[in-house]
Ligand binder design. Structure first.
Ligand SMILES: O=C(O)CCC(=O)C(=O)O
Length: 277
């Protein structure tokens, strides 16, 4: 049993935390095999741009491509930490694998909420995680984080392609561990300086229920696959109503309307109305 209290506190203080060995080795092995299956089936290649990398292979929208991925967004310890940052009723923002091969250079240091036009620091809108499917070491490109940067007052700061990786540190962790960070924390993939050690991770990203998801889960996941999800996962994919209002269809949640999930009380029908005196 992992005590999550220090991790909640580190997210508040430093904007990131690493939960070591939280994913069972069998699941890590199965996820890794599925990443490799997908990359082989699709003959995947690096996107070849500065942000996604020139030696990095990414597979997006994973919930659409294998039942095993349904276990990732609902992982209890990670979800508890994420909800501590962005609140309950949060959403899957995106789910992708990232295989960072030898020769990859360091990614631009960035914050995942930096496209949002909000003065910083602001209420957390994004909370992301990186699952280590292989060991993450400084040499093979472990994600680099800048401790405390989630509190910075710097809406215009952008490290740029030639900038130093400022005061970042490598989030080294053994396979089966998960790095969780606040969406305002500056970070980036490291450089892979090894000869033959491909660093494989899963970027399991979440956003608050009032923020638009990065990947469109409602259209990106075919409805016959969405039908196989648990009600909890459908909520995470954005088929519920946020605070009984946002995302409704004629006062009903899409999950109730399309998949017969339990009805949610619409805000205006709630007694008393939350927030009203
Ligand atoms: O690969 C990594 O370690 C980080 C990737 C990342 O931060 C991103 O692509 O936004």
């Amino acid at each position: 049993m992992i005590d999550l209290s220090p991790h909640h506190q580190q997210l508040v203080d430093d904007g990131y935390t690493i939960v070591e060995n939280v994913i069972a080795p069998d699941l890590v092995a199965e996820l890794l095999a599925d990443v490799r299956r997908l990359e082989a089936d699709r003959a995947s290649r690096p996107a070849d741009n500065r942000f996604e990398g020139n030696r990095t292979t990414r597979t997006y929208n994973l919930l659409a491509y294998g039942e095993i991925w349904q276990q990732v967004p609902t992982q209890p310890q990670v979800l508890e930490l994420v909800e501590g940052v962005i609140g309950d009723e949060c959403l899957v923002s995106s789910l992708a694998s990232i295989s960072l091969a030898p020769g990859e250079t360091a990614q631009v240091i960035h914050a995942d909420d930096q496209i949002q036009p909000l003065a910083k620091p602001h209420v957390a809108t994004v909370c992301n995680s990186m699952w280590a499917l292989t060991d993450f070491t400084e040499a093979n490109g472990a994600t680099r984080v800048v401790p405390g940067s989630h509190l910075w007052d710097n809406p215009d700061y952008f490290a740029g392609p030639d900038a130093d990786p400022i005061d970042s540190i490598p989030a080294e962790m053994p396979a089966g561990s998960v790095l969780v960070w606040h969406g305002s924390t500056w970070h980036g993939g490291g450089a892979n300086n090894t000869v033959d050690d491909v660093r494989v991770g899963i970027a399991m990203n979440y956003c608050a229920g009032f923020i638009r998801q990065q990947e469109n889960q409602q259209l990106g996941i075919p409805s016959e696959i969405m039908a196989t999800f648990s009600p909890q996962l459908r909520q995470l994919c954005g088929l519920g109503m946020y605070r009984g209002l946002t995302g409704n269809i004629e006062k009903q949640s899409p999950a109730a309307r399309l998949y017969g999930d339990a009805d949610e009380v619409q805000l205006w029908d709630a007694e008393p109305i939350p927030g009203a005196d």
